[in-house]
Design a protein around this ligand. Structure first.
Ligand SMILES: Nc1ncnc2c1ncn2[C@@H]1O[C@H](COP(=O)(O)OP(=O)(O)O)[C@@H](O)[C@H]1O
Ligand SMILES: [Mg+2]
Length: 264
């Protein structure tokens, strides 16, 4: 099993995690890298932002597994559970021409079921190992990602805007990252989204909290237009402001080398 590079977008609600996840993944996939998106938002924002439909969620798969676990009493049947997990997860994997995707859906409705979470997580890891990059839209927060998706995120990208509250949330998330066991990020960085220029004072708050400033993405009419028509963010014009912003963010992040090109 090879190790993919794992990136997760975190931050205050509405700040642009979903859009930036989609943009980064699209750029990397246009470079012919194998990208797996993980939509960890119960409302499935990324799934819809990339126009993926008819996806079976991990939450649904998990409920089926729990049901099976409750009715299997003999040890033989319990052994079969691992196969069921594999099967249900493969059903939950969307494989498109440009990227793969799994959606977590509603995963907290039935309590912890930690052994099942662990079983699911190890199967997600197996799926992820088929990809070079995993991009997680971590709307539900880093603890849920750690419990239900992957133990470690190499590059948490904290999204903020020019608001004090955004910076405070970013600071809180960066502190939380240090407390999550086995998270061990390579680098923790922040992105200012939907701003012409990042506010200097807010940037200082970010830096003082130990985050690296990766850059900003400007308000982009191309995103608003795609939004208006419900068109996939992946279809964004490569000459748009948001793409050039994201390319310099990727370069600053440094996970894929210092020079990022667009196009196949
Ligand atoms: N740079 C941008 N330019 C224009 N609109 C943007 C930009 N970033 C995000 N948006 C819009 O702002 C809204 C919130 O973004 P979204 O990615 O859904 O936030 P989050 O996932 O953090 O809740 C969406 O309608 C999105 O299209
Ligand atoms: Mg979102």
């Amino acid at each position: 099993m090879s190790e993919p590079i794992i990136i997760a977008f975190l931050g205050k609600g509405g700040v642009g995690k979903t859009v930036l996840s989609a943009l980064m993944g699209s750029i990397l996939s246009a470079q012919s890298r194998k990208v797996l998106f993980v939509d960890a938002d119960p409302a499935m924002g990324l799934t819809s932002a990339l126009e993926v439909s008819d996806i079976k969620t991990i939450g649904t798969a998990r409920e089926e597994i729990i049901r099976q676990a409750k009715i299997s009493n003999s040890s033989e049947e319990k052994e079969r559970l691992a196969d069921i997990v594999d099967y249900l997860l493969m059903e939950a994997l969307y494989e498109g021409p440009d990227f793969g995707m799994i959606a977590m859906g509603q995963t907290n409705t039935l309590g912890c079921y930690c052994p099942i979470n662990n079983l699911l997580r190890s199967t997600i890891k197996e799926i992820a190992s088929q990809y070079e990059v995993v991009i997680i839209d971590a709307e539900a927060g880093i603890e849920q990602v750690n419990r239900q998706v992957v133990e470690s995120v190499h590059y948490p990208v904290i999204v903020t805007d020019n608001s004090k509250r955004g910076a405070q949330t970013a600071t809180m998330i960066s502190q939380l990252l240090k407390k999550v066991p086995q998270m061990a990020p390579v680098k923790v960085g922040a992105v200012f989204n939907r701003v012409i220029e990042a506010d200097k004072d807010l940037m200082n708050i970010i830096r003082n909290a130990g985050m690296e400033y990766y850059g900003n993405v400007k308000p982009d009419p191309a995103i608003s237009k795609l939004d208006r028509h419900g068109t996939s963010i992946a279809k964004i014009d490569i000459t748009s402001l948001a793409i050039s912003g994201m390319i310099s963010i990727l370069e600053k992040m440094g996970a894929f080398g210092q020079k990022i090109k667009t196009g196949k």
